[in-house]
Design a protein around this ligand. Structure first.
Ligand code: G3I
Ligand code: 9MR
Length: 669
């Protein structure tokens, strides 16, 4: 071979290698809803088309063009977008580009996020303090009870006349905050709120959602039972003498990676603060409103919550600048905050909505953010008040303008929407959003979009929220599916004491990890691991047990995932119902058009016909009956699919012709 030829071959080889090296296809590793937006992200390719390939036989079932998505500074990549929204046949697929590149598998099916939705709530059960996790509910993650917390000590920072340092009080239940065993009121605030908000927004979905927890057989929805486990703990954190609320209940330092029952360090009740007290006031006011519905199951709890809220509010009004810093000798999570305007705004709105006393709303207005609302976090809670106004929009007094609520929330959502539309990964995240817990920033962005859709029903808001869930489940630069127990490229070594200390290989499922964080605050603590693979914001992630700054889990990070998955299952989850006429008996000359949509079955005759249509079960019993209207149409609401029904049409035409038409319908998603 001549030199020149061998150089050309070498050049070609280098080109071929470089054009596929680092080439990746990122998908939502759980999957996509049949009738909705479906996007994959391709990086590192020079090719311009892609295929959707069936897993069972490797056959291409759909082909599309790759469209440039632009350059993302957060990962320093140029992306190509593969949009296969048009393809909606249920099944298991991969995306492939050229001959060598394919994605992890994914499904296209209705209710594709239902199991995730359940697991994301069940994670709270796994993090319950003061309770054994029984095998019946916890499977291989069963463990003995940890931290009864029925004898905890008032720390000197929290002492008062009636409760001097060393006083023993009882403060059981609650969820462990995260990978540690502390219980922190500030972080419980936004978390408990968000779970309640999920229920408030989508009660029909949660009323029947079973999680297999110890309370599953009572008459309260499981998500509410789960929330009550924490709410009841929160109530114990209020000083009965003055209404102020203690900031946290923890040991003096973080314990080692041991199981809950092995942690026998003294647990302290630490110092009151304005943020904790206002967050408590907000959540208990919200709880009083939502729990009213279950008065016969939990008599008096709604009233107790409202009382507790008002007492906390009074304390905070008198003590409006008590910041929390770890007192000497205590080094567990700080959750310190310096500004309380947002906590006042939120708590005042909750008290207004719970009591309908307008003067609370006046105080909320005084504390309204002057520059508009931002995405909430544990130390920034303005938006939670706005969400409550959106979710209760039809039951407010005239003190509130619905137009203002709408413009406030759509301003926030529209800015996220524009970011999503222009982002190379089709997500609203920007480089500045990558800090400790960045995955929760993404999930909270999606939640804001969903909340906006409750007052301004734009499909694009829901699409953008759905695309954000895709990001969390694998359509991101690291390619990790960021929820434990889910997807193919799994997070395994989470910073979560029970997951690290038990003998089970798989981490406790259903937890969203903190995610990429260029702050890398834990880097100095890595003793025996390769550390972060990159300094870039969206790539600053390592699936390592010691990475508490990128791979821990936390209750406030899971909460928007709960909201988001419940929302998407409620809004997009149902497939279109297909009607299969598997047997037809006809008397008379009639061929009705029977169609199915998202909400039911429609029968269309011509305007010539009058009569009735019934839907019957297989025993012939009439389940629904409907007259044929003047246009010749009849419509039935059908909520549940996967059922077989018999439809009977009895009609008479204007000319006196009679028909009896009977068909067996398979209603399938
Ligand atoms: O909010 C700012 C943001 O505006 C700025 O752009 C960004 C860039 O520096 O920083 C952001 O602040 C970060 C803050 O988290 C955001 O919530 C701080 O840098 C970061 O240090 C801070 O980290 C907190 C971390 O504790 C350390 O204090 C996390 O929020 C918080 O979730 C985490 O909480 C711990 C508990 O203390 C203990 N239990 C586990 C839990 C989870 O890791
Ligand atoms: O394990 C702790 C984790 O839950 C916290 O979020 C994190 C930040 O407060 O701190 C972790 O504990 C680390 C400590 O701060 C520094 N030494 C190593 C600890 C991890 O094992």
């Amino acid at each position: 071979m001549s030199n020149r030829l061998s150089y050309s071959v070498l050049a070609l080889l280098i080109f071929m290698i470089s054009s596929t090296r680092g080439a990746l296809i990122h998908v939502n590793q759980l999957g996509y809803y049949p009738q909705h937006k479906k996007i994959a992200i391709v990086v590192g390719t020079t090719l311009d088309s892609f295929s959707v390939v069936a897993v069972e036989n490797n056959k291409a079932v759909f082909k599309g063009k790759l469209v440039s998505g632009g350059h993302w500074d957060a990962s320093d990549e140029n992306t190509m977008i593969a949009d296969f929204s048009e393809f909606n046949t249920e099944g298991q697929y991969k995306i492939s580009v050229g001959n060598d590149l394919s994605s992890y598998p994914f499904s296209i099916k209705p209710h594709v996020h239902l199991e995730l939705s359940k697991a994301s709530i069940k994670a709270y059960y796994f993090n319950r303090a003061s309770m054994e996790i029984e095998p019946l509910y916890g499977d291989k993650w069963a463990r003995p009870m940890g931290h009864p917390d029925n004898e905890v000590e008032i720390h000197s920072s929290a002492q008062s006349a009636n409760r001097p340092a060393g006083t023993i009080i009882s403060s059981p239940m609650g969820w462990y905050d995260a990978g540690d065993y502390g219980k922190y009121i500030v972080n419980s605030g936004i978390t408990t709120y968000t779970l309640f908000a999920a229920y408030q927004a989508f009660p029909e979905f949660y009323d029947t959602l079973k999680l297999n927890i110890p309370e599953s057989s009572n008459n309260i929805p499981d998500i509410i039972d789960e929330i009550l486990w924490n709410l009841r703990w929160m109530l114990t954190m209020q000083d009965p003498d003055d209404g102020g609320v203690y900031h946290k209940l923890t040991t003096a330092q973080f314990c080692d990676f041991i199981m809950p029952e092995e942690d026998d360090g003294t647990r302290y009740i630490v110092k009151k603060g304005t943020a904790a007290t206002l967050d408590f006031a907000a959540v208990t006011a919200q709880a009083s409103r939502i729990l009213r519905k279950f008065e016969s199951e939990i008599p008096g709890l709604a009233d107790s919550c409202l009382n507790a809220s008002m007492r906390a509010w009074e304390w905070a009004r008198k003590n409006d600048t008590v910041t929390f810093r770890n007192p000497t000798g205590i080094s567990t999570g700080e959750y310190g905050d310096r500004s309380f305007k947002d906590e006042f705004h939120w708590a005042a709105i909750e008290l207004y909505v719970a009591t309908r006393i307008d003067s609370f709303f006046t105080i909320a207005q005084k504390n309204k953010p002057s520059k508009g609302y931002g995405i909430p976090g544990w130390n920034s809670v303005n938006a939670l008040g706005l969400y409550t106004l959106v979710l209760t929009q039809d039951s407010l007094t005239s003190a509130v303008s619905k137009d203002t609520i709408k413009s406030d929330i759509t301003k926030l959502a529209d800015s996220l929407l524009v970011r999503y539309q222009n982002n190379p990964y089709r997500v609203s995240m920007t480089s500045g959003d990558f800090y400790w817990g960045s995955n929760s920033v993404a999930a909270n962005q999606a939640m804001a979009l969903v909340i906006a859709s409750r007052i301004e029903p734009k499909t694009e808001y829901t699409n953008a929220a759905n695309a954000t869930l895709d990001y969390l489940l694998g359509k991101n630069p690291t390619g990790y599916c960021y929820v434990t127990g889910m997807g193919t490229k799994k997070v395994m070594d989470i910073h979560h004491r029970p997951s690290g200390a038990d003998t089970v290989t798989d981490p406790v499922p259903g937890f969203l990890v903190g995610g990429p964080n260029p702050g890398q605050e834990d880097a100095r603590d890595f003793y025996d691991c390769p550390g972060y693979p990159s300094k870039l914001p969206a790539l600053s992630f390592v699936d390592h047990l010691e990475s508490y700054a990128s791979n821990e889990v936390a209750i406030n990070w899971n909460a928007p995932l709960v909201f988001l998955t419940g929302a998407l299952e409620s809004i997009l989850g149902n497939g279109t119902i297909n009607v299969k006429r598997t047997a037809v008996v006809k008397h008379g000359n009639l061929l009705p058009l029977i169609r199915a949509g998202k909400n039911g079955v429609f029968v269309q005759l011509s305007s010539n016909w009058r009569g009735t249509v019934t839907l019957n079960d297989l025993s012939g019993k009439v389940i629904q009956k409907c007259g044929i209207d003047t246009n010749g149409n009849a419509a039935f609401k059908v909520k549940h699919s996967n059922q077989i029904m018999i439809m009977v049409i009895d009609a008479i035409s204007k000319t006196g012709e009679k028909v009896h038409y009977l068909t067996r319908l398979n209603l399938v998603y």
